[in-house]
Design a protein around this ligand. Structure first.
Ligand code: HPA
Length: 247
């Protein structure tokens, strides 16, 4: 058992709700707290990674940023699960779609998170673990998306260590994006696999839902304003999911 306060979160277990929503960006966490939660209280501010707890439809909900990439979400999710007793972590992020039928602003829900990272080496497995989400959370999230009329896709995503990859001189047959696409990967982001691995190891629940901000096949990208509106619908889905998890 990890003791609190932890190196990256200065709080007590009572400060956090059983469900924590995790955007990548600390300023987005603040925005969510101020616009969607009732009576938000700042519970962490180490490194400017603001964590808030408030309520939505009378259910306590926390929101705290993960930072970018698997090392970062690996740290925050492990501390929240292990030292602060958090039960459910829902990443609410953005992703780049690599399938032509997935459009900008659609929501992708990561049933599985494939990866090009070495994060799972720490678990000393003589094989390859398949990081998957919590079925309970996925079920609640798809129900919420149906109720809200959101366009969503459920499947496998790629958690990548690379936002910028060096494809100079790489032959087409070795193009990673193309090959992940052939395997049915819906979209690329950079955090979910580490979150799912930590949840598995610590017997907790995790789910990642992302708004498609980039269509990498068609080279289409949301503007700053469009990112905001796409994001609001995902927030509604996430908050309704948190309410369902409480019942
Ligand atoms: N790659 C990785 N992560 C992302 C992307 C992407 O294209 N878009 C949003 N998050």
């Amino acid at each position: 058992m990890m003791n609190y306060p932890t190196p990256h979160i200065k709080a007590t277990p009572a400060d956090f709700a059983q469900t924590v929503l995790m955007p990548g960006d600390p300023l987005r966490a603040k925005y969510i707290a101020e616009h969607f939660l009732k009576d938000p209280v700042l519970v962490n501010n180490v490194r400017g990674v603001q964590g808030y707890t408030g309520s939505y439809k009378d259910v306590r909900v926390s929101v705290m940023a993960s930072g970018m990439g698997m090392p970062s979400i690996g740290i925050y999710s492990r501390e929240l699960y292990e030292a602060y007793g958090v039960r459910n972590i829902m990443r609410i992020g953005s992703a780049g779609a690599i399938q032509p039928h997935i459009n900008l602003k659609d929501i992708v829900m990561a049933m599985g998170a494939s990866m090009d990272s070495n994060y799972q080496a720490q678990f000393h497995l003589m094989g390859t673990f398949a990081p998957i989400c919590s079925y309970e959370m996925l079920h609640a999230a798809t129900q919420s998306a149906e109720e809200l009329g959101a366009v969503y896709h459920v499947g496998n995503i790629l958690s990548s260590d690379f936002f910028y990859d060096d494809d100079e001189g790489v032959p087409e047959a070795l193009n990673p994006k193309k090959n992940w696409q052939k395997m049915g990967i819906m979209a690329i982001e950079m955090e979910s696999a580490a979150l799912y691995l930590n949840a598995a190891r610590l017997k907790k629940n995790a789910l990642c839902i992302c708004t498609v901000s980039d269509q990498l096949v068609r080279h289409e990208y949301l503007s700053a304003d469009e990112r905001q509106t796409g994001f609001e619908q995902m927030m509604q889905v996430a908050l309704e999911t948190a309410v369902k998890l409480e019942k």
